[in-house]
Design a protein around this ligand. Structure first.
Ligand SMILES: Nc1ncnc2c1ncn2[C@@H]1O[C@H](COP(=O)(O)OP(=O)(O)OP(=O)(O)O)[C@@H](O)[C@H]1O
Ligand SMILES: [Mg+2]
Length: 422
């Protein structure tokens, strides 16, 4: 549980930092792109303005042929496209690298004789209603921005790895107080279970001695019965506390072996059949799938005993309890349905909490501790399964216990490791 919490904390930490990193990198990308575009725009405007005075007009048409001669003579390199357009926006002349023959301010993507082009373009009006336009290929801007993106990605990978290590380390420190509290709680539950066991055994022995004496003197034993019931409640509580403590360290206290679930459930149901008959309750099994699960058999017996015991407890005479099973997406599900008093909707989500009882007074009177279903949940979860309940008040309840089915390989491996342990 703690490890799962640490993994979740670490993943959240990495997720949040990556989200912040992506936001920051996107903002930096946007700023870089804008800066590059505005500097290109200024550059192009400046070129247009400096070329405009060199434009000659022959028969009303703009020309830069004289300027070109000078440029060629002086060997002036120019990497921009320079275009001249008439008042009707048709292009007359074009110098420099290939450009797109369209009068546009801003980015244009188009096709030229040289293929697909992407340029940034700027034009200004000439006195005769004509236009001079310069264009610069977007290639250099694209190169800078894609280099920026790959730099961010390259920087991001070690950053994520580093964050994972830091996240794991710091989540360990963050959960340390929780681990400590859980340890204290675990020790407390274990100690309380053990500490209760001794006085309960003493009380039970004393009851037997006093009972014998009272019977000998033919005195009433009513008060003794009350003490006996209280003692059995205490014994029940001690055993359940010890079981709960056991669930906290399943690797030490449980041995997982391949178990035929149908056989195990049938045995448990048979153990309760006499009690059911005595109560006038019809307890039936049907459709149990023949599957193997990897489980600690004693713990699984505890699970089904608890749920069937509850069903018997809360189902009156002439009631029915059906135990059946089916396969589902998560493995195999065993359902225990009763036609008893049911559970109020508001209590359904709480019945698996420790010490929760729907009817506190009645359950206490019956010797219930309110720990049965929390033990069921803990055991089922240790087996990587889940348990849930459905109920309609006054109609009955159904408890669904789902467990993963063991594959042949898992069964063999577990048999091997069990043999090695022996
Ligand atoms: N089949 C059922 N029908 C109706 N109510 C139920 C059923 N199973 C459980 N409950 C309710 O859920 C509560 C919790 O059950 P849980 O088994 O944890 O405790 P308990 O039976 O009271 O005590 P114990 O620790 O001895 O099992 C019960 O007190 C009861 O109110
Ligand atoms: Mg119970």
């Amino acid at each position: 549980m703690i490890n799962r919490l640490r993994i979740r904390l670490t993943l959240w930490f990495i997720f949040l930092v990556i989200a912040a990193y992506i936001l920051d990198a996107s903002a930096a990308y946007w700023m870089l792109n804008n800066r590059l575009i505005s500097s290109t725009e200024n550059n192009l405007r400046h070129i247009c303005e400096s070329i405009a005075p060199a434009v000659d007009y022959v028969d009303g048409k703009p020309t830069l042929s004289n300027w070109m001669h000078v440029a060629i003579e002086r060997n002036i390199p120019y990497e921009n496209t320079i275009q001249l357009f008439g008042a009707d926006k048709t292009m007359f002349e074009s110098y420099g690298p290939a450009g797109i023959k369209k009068l546009v301010n801003g980015r244009i993507d188009g096709v030229d004789d040289n293929g697909r082009l992407s340029v940034y373009s700027h034009y200004i009006n000439l006195p005769a209603g004509c236009f001079v336009q310069t264009q610069l290929s977007f290639q250099s801007i694209d190169q800078i921005t894609s280099a920026f993106i790959s730099d961010q990605l390259i920087r991001g990978i070690p950053l994520v790895l580093l964050l994972a290590v830091f996240g794991w380390f710091y989540s360990g420190r963050a959960v340390a107080p929780i681990v400590k509290s859980l340890d204290t709680l675990r020790t407390f539950i274990d100690d309380a279970g053990h500490e209760l066991n001794t006085p309960v055994a003493l009380i039970e022995n004393s009851i037997q001695t006093i009972e014998a004496e009272l019977q000998e003197k033919q005195l009433p034993t009513d008060v003794l019965r009350i003490i006996q019931r209280a003692s059995s409640t205490l014994k029940n509580l001690a055993q359940r506390l010890l079981l709960l403590a056991k669930m906290e360290q399943p690797s030490i206290s449980m041995h997982f072996i391949p178990v035929n679930l149908a056989h195990l459930v049938t045995d448990v149901v048979h153990d309760f059949s006499q009690k059911a008959q005595g109560q006038g309750v019809d307890l039936q099994i049907y459709n149990l799938p023949d599957v193997t699960v990897l489980a600690d058999p004693d713990s699984l017996i505890e699970v089904f005993s608890n749920v069937i015991e509850n069903a018997l407890h809360y189902t009156g005479a002439d009631g029915h309890i059906y135990v059946y099973g089916f396969r589902n997406d998560n493995g195999v599900c065993i359902a225990i349905r009763d036609t008893g008093c049911g559970i109020p909707i508001k209590s359904l989500s709480r019945i698996f909490d420790r010490f929760y009882r729907v009817d506190q007074a009645r359950s206490k009177k019956d010797g219930g501790t309110g720990l049965g279903l929390s033990i069921v949940k803990a055991i089922v979860e240790v087996h990587n399964g889940n348990v849930r309940a459905e109920s309609s008040p006054n109609k009955g309840s159904t408890f669904f216990i789902t467990l993963p089915i063991a594959s042949d390989k898992e069964s063999k491996l577990s048999q091997l490791s069990a043999a090695n342990r022996v």
